[in-house]
Ligand binder design. Structure first.
Ligand code: UDP
Ligand code: MG
Length: 322
C-alpha cells in the first residue's frame, strides 16, 4: 500500500438542501470508517461544490464546514454552470490537495460502499476506477431505456465511453492533472476521462433511488447532454452526410443513364429526362458538397478544442554522467 492516500470526495450540488443533511451524515460515517481502517489519511475531505443554487444549499455547506472543517470543505460557484462544470470545478480544486479524488452525486443514488473497492483498486495501481451500474431496477423504464439507448448510440458513433458508467469514479491526482489539460468548454467528462489514458478498471454497484428531492436532470437536459456528448466526440454525423452524398451521386448517375436510355427507347414524355437528371444530379452534388464542407468543419472543430495530443505516463532515459 502506498502512503499517498489523501482522498477527496467531490460532490456537485444544485438545489440539494433536501438531501445534504443525510448525505453529509452518510459520507462522514464512510470517511471515518475508511480513516480507522487506515485506507485514507486524516487530511481527506468531503468537498461539496455549490452550483449556484438558489435554495439553502450553500448555507448548509458553510455550516458543515464551520462545525467540522477537518472533514467538510466547500466550493461555491458564482452561478449555475451545470453538473459537468461544477464537477470539474471541484476536481480541479481538490487536485491541489488530494492524491485520489472520487466524484459522486449529492443524492447518493450511487452506492457509497463502492468507495472501498475503488480505493483498493487505487492502491493496486489503477489511476482511474469507473463505477458501473450493475442493473437499473430502480430506474423507471423510460429512464433506463433512454439512458442505455444513449450508451449504445455513443458506442455506434465510435465514442469511447464505459457502458452504464455515470460520473461516479475515482481518479488519481495524475489523472485529474491530465484532465486539466483538456481545455474544451463543452464538457462531457464521461467521454474525456477515457481519453486521458492510464491504467483503469471498473467497480460495479447497484443504483438506488433518490432518497429525497427530485432529479435535476429532466428529459430536456438529458437530451441536451446526450447531444453534447455526441457532437463533442464524434464527427460521424458529418461522415453520414458525406456517405449519403456519395450514394445519392451514384444513384443519380444510374438514373441519368436510365433516363437517357428511356428517352432513346422513345417511351418518355417531353422534359422528363432532363428533369429527372437534374433533380438527382443536383441533390447528389449538394449532399456531397455539404459532406466535404462538413469534413473541414469537423477538422476545425477538433483543432479548436486544443485537446492534449498525448500525455506521457513515464520516461526511461539514462544520461552517462548521472
Ligand atoms: N447538478 C449540478 N448542477 C446542475 C444540475 C445537477 O451540480 O445544474 C448535480 C446534482 O446536485 C446532483 C448531480 O448533479 O448531485 C446529479 O443530478 P441528479 O441526481 O438530479 O441527476 P439524475 O441522477 O436524475 O440523473
Ligand atoms: Mg440522481
Amino acid at each position: 500500500m502506498n502512503d499517498k492516500n489523501t482522498l477527496y470526495i467531490v460532490v456537485p450540488c444544485y438545489k440539494e438542501e433536501a438531501v445534504l443533511p443525510e448525505t453529509s451524515k452518510r459520507l462522514e460515517a464512510k470517511m471515518t470508517s475508511l480513516m480507522e481502517q487506515g485506507k485514507i489519511s486524516e487530511k481527506s475531505r468531503i468537498m461539496f461544490v455549490n452550483d449556484g443554487s438558489s435554495d439553502n444549499t450553500w448555507p448548509i455547506i458553510q455550516s458543515l464546514h464551520e462545525k467540522k472543517p477537518e472533514l467538510f470543505s466547500g466550493v461555491n460557484l458564482s452561478r449555475n454552470r451545470g453538473h459537468q462544470n461544477a464537477l470539474l470545478a471541484g476536481l480541479l480544486t481538490a487536485m491541489n490537495y488530494a492524491d485520489m479524488i472520487i466524484s459522486m452525486d449529492a443524492d447518493l443514488q450511487d452506492d457509497i460502499n463502492a468507495v472501498d473497492a475503488m480505493i483498493d483498486a487505487y492502491h493496486k495501481g489503477y489511476e482511474v476506477v469507473y463505477g458501473v451500474r450493475s442493473k437499473r431496477d430502480t430506474d423507471t423504464f423510460f429512464k433506463r431505456f433512454t439512458a442505455e439507448g444513449f450508451y449504445k448510440v455513443m458506442k455506434a458513433l465510435g465514442v469511447d465511453i464505459v457502458f452504464n458508467h455515470a460520473d461516479y469514479r475515482l481518479m488519481s491526482r495524475r489523472a485529474v492533472e491530465g484532465l486539466s489539460q483538456f481545455s474544451e468548454v463543452n464538457l462531457f467528462l464521461r467521454g474525456i476521462v477515457p481519453q486521458i489514458g492510464y491504467k483503469w478498471t471498473t467497480v460495479t454497484y447497484e443504483r438506488a433511488e433518490r432518497f429525497a428531492g427530485e432529479s435535476k436532470y429532466p428529459l430536456k437536459k438529458m437530451l441536451a447532454f446526450a447531444a453534447d456528448g455526441i457532437t463533442s466526440f464524434s464527427v460521424k454525423p458529418i461522415r453520414l452526410v458525406f456517405t449519403a452524398g456519395v450514394i445519392v451521386f451514384i444513384v443519380s448517375v444510374i438514373m441519368l443513364l436510365y433516363a437517357l436510355i428511356a428517352k432513346i427507347a422513345g417511351h418518355t414524355s417531353v422534359g422528363w429526362t432532363s428533369l429527372m437528371g437534374s433533380i438527382w444530379l443536383l441533390g447528389g452534388i449538394q449532399l456531397l458538397g455539404l459532406g466535404v464542407v462538413g469534413e473541414y468543419i469537423g477538422k476545425i472543430y477538433n483543432e479548436t478544442k486544443h485537446r492534449p495530443r498525448f500525455i506521457i505516463e513515464s520516461v526511461l532515459n539514462k544520461q552517462d554522467n548521472e
